[in-house]
Design a protein around this ligand. Structure first.
Ligand code: SAM
Length: 222
């Protein structure tokens, strides 16, 4: 539970530009080769990702009390969640959004990825709501202003549950996060609340308007 890998498994972007940089060429093939395939640098194995996907999917269905039918994956990268999600639920409607020119050119057609930024999902042609919105390993790249805009954009598209993976300056990291604008957990909690999210723990959130459907002790604060 307390391994540093669990606490922080976000690739660093120093070689690729400033944190929060949304230029598509920053997240190139070398970035994904290093952080997703290189045995020494990769942030998680396929088995670790599969476990997270199963957890998020099951938790979302538990909260929704019905099958998850649609997923929006913001900052989807190469769309690695896509095959795992569709294996769990064939026929699932999945849309991934990422600024990476490389990822969209290589995986866009087969994994339903479009180029765009969390700061303007409409420009990427995204229309909500989605049962489950995922932002895995990407929100930490954003500066304060983009994070605020991005959380508001995500909130607009959540029809059920959001998985918003965020690490704070109080967490341990395996990678070097010098370029990431890390803040204390309290700061992120405030931004998430301001965007209208209520925490269910373990990076899971429901929109405030739906929190009343959950028991008092299923949510952290209302
Ligand atoms: C560590 S990768 C995570 C990829 C994927 N979500 C995963 O879990 O494997 C971070 C991703 O965030 C994306 N990203 C960076 N800035 C972004 C932005 N403003 N909007 C959306 N995605 C962004 C990058 O292109 C990159 O693919």
């Amino acid at each position: 539970m307390s391994s540093s890998k669990r606490n922080g498994s976000i690739p660093r972007g120093r070689e690729h530009g400033a944190a929060g940089d949304v230029r598509g060429e920053v997240y190139d093939r070398a970035y994904y080769d290093k952080w997703y395939r290189h045995p020494r640098h990769r942030v998680r194995t396929r088995a670790e990702l599969a476990r997270i996907v199963r957890f998020v999917f099951s938790a979302a269905e538990h909260i929704l009390e019905r099958p998850v039918r649609s997923v929006l994956d913001v900052g989807a990268g190469e769309g690695n969640w896509y095959p795992l999600l569709t294996a769990l639920r064939p026929g699932l409607r999945y849309r991934g959004v990422d600024p990476s020119e490389y990822a969209v050119a290589r995986f866009g057609a087969r994994r339903n990825l479009v180029q765009g930024s969390v700061t303007d999902l409409a420009a990427a042609g995204v229309r909500g709501p989605y049962d489950l919105v995922i932002a895995s390993g990407m929100l930490n790249y954003l500066g304060a202003s983009d994070l605020r805009t991005g959380l508001a954009e995500i909130a607009r598209h959540v029809g059920g549950v959001a998985y918003l993976e965020l690490f704070s300056s109080q967490d341990a990291f395996t990678g070097d996060t010098d370029e990431m604008p890390l803040r204390p957990a309290r700061w992120y909690a405030r931004e998430l609340a301001q965007a209208g999210f209520v925490s269910c723990g373990l990076h899971l959130y429901v929109p405030k308007r739906d929190a009343g459907r959950l028991a008092r002790l299923e949510v952290l604060a209302r």
